[in-house]
Structure formats: C-alpha cells, structure tokens
Design a protein. Sequence first.
Length: 294
Amino acid sequence: MHYLDKYGYKPDAAKISEELKSISGKLVATPEALKLCFSIMDLTTLSPTDTEESVGKLVEKVNKLPEAFPDYPAPASICVYPNFGALVRKLKTNPEVHVTNVASCFPSAQSFLEVKVKECELAVLGGADEIDIVLALNAFLAGDEQRAFDEIVAMKKAIDAAAEQVGRKVVLKVILETGLLATPEKIAEASLLAMEAGADFIKTSTGKVEVNATPEAAYVMCEAIKCYCQKTGRRVGFKAAGGISNAQDAIYYYNIVSSILGPEWMNKDLFRYGVSRLGNSLISAIEGETVKYF
C-alpha cells in the first residue's frame, strides 16, 4: 500500500491486542478525566426525525448547562445536518461551542463530487465551524486511492474558499468508516491518505453502519497520526464516533489517545467524541448518581 510504504508503518495486530489489554486493565475514571471527555464532545443529533424544534431543544440544553452544572466545561460542538447549521448558530449563546455539520452526502458519500463539494460550501456559508465528510469508500475499496484523495482535496478547497468568504477558519474532519475497512492495514492506509489530503481530524465512523468505533481502529488511527506528525510536523486530530455511549467507553478511548499521542492531544483542538448519549453518562459518573440532562 502506497501510504504505508511511504511512512514506514505496518500495523502489528498482536502488539495492538496486547497494548489494548494493558490499557483496558488500567482505566481510572477521575473527575478531571471525565470532565475533559465532556469538553471534547461533539453533541450529535443525526436522525431522519430531526426538526427545528428538536434541534432547538438540544441547543437550549447546551445554553443552560452553566446554570445546571456551573463547574462543567462546555461541549466542543453541536453536530447536525447542514440544513440545521444556521439554526444552531443563531440559537447558541456560547461562542466557544462550535457548529459542526456532516456533509459530502453523509453517511454513504454516494453521489456526484460536484454535489458533495456544493454541500460543503453551503454548510460553511450557512454557519458551520467544522465539517465532517466521508471518505469515498466507492473509490478507496475499489483500489482507486487517487480518486479518494482528490475528492477530499476538492472538498477542502471548497471549504477553505467559503471559510475565507465568511471570515473564519473551518475545521475539516474525514470519516474513514473503519468498520467497513475491516483490516488494520486498510484503516492505516485510509488514515494517512486523508491526512495527506488535508484532513484536520480523522474520524472513525458515521455511527450509521453495523460496526462503528472500535478500540483497535482507534489504536491504528492514533499510530498513523503519530507517524504522520513525526514525518511532517503537522498535528492532526482524532475523533471517535459511533457507539460511545457510556463513561467507561470514553475513558478507554481517552487512555488510548493519551498513551499513543501524549498530553499534547488531550484537548478539544486535537481530540473529539461524536456522541448522542454520552453526556448523561459522564454527568452521572461525575455526580455519582443517575442524571438525565440531555
């Protein structure tokens, strides 16, 4: 594989398994770690039944968080479909909470490149601070890595141009859909391809397929990020999404990222969770009682 050869990286399945066993045996959910996990959440609603009212209620919960839990950090962002981006931007009261939109014909990315590019552009013009696109698996799995690369480049170019037009920087996250890539080698290859194409973050999953985030995929992606950073000097973020619903899961991924990438990555600029249910579990773990806030 081109990118694995270029970066001299070959995932070692046996080593990964042993390292994950070691990490899972040392999980300690301190209040500080749990609050950091809370601060890196992209609070997500991506349902066919989303309405302006339901999205508005989620934004209101985030707005009122300082009243309900004064000592808690704000989540990193609110993640919605592009047609709700302007609404979230209008309603949110904390400028530190970003607007994240999924784009590129999420979750399948099965459409014309021109449509995907236009959706990215409209999402930024509509208010997005961050865009999560999907790797073109139709190209990547067919062995056409160049087309998969070129699609990311084209969408990034459109995002950057629209961002300049509205006067703000917009973060690009590329979803690899690791559950469909299946092997550590393909996950690593896709990771390095996406980073070379300009991804600011690489993300595990859409949350819309049978196998979403896994510790194994996270480990490989973080090792790929480390290799890429060592070679280029550019730090790329990691986002785990799909099935992370409780505090124990969050702490597991927290420890994977920390052990491979180190303290520099333990902040919302370089580490995220894409979640719809995790917030209540983290609050409950911190408070020591069941809390249903979101």
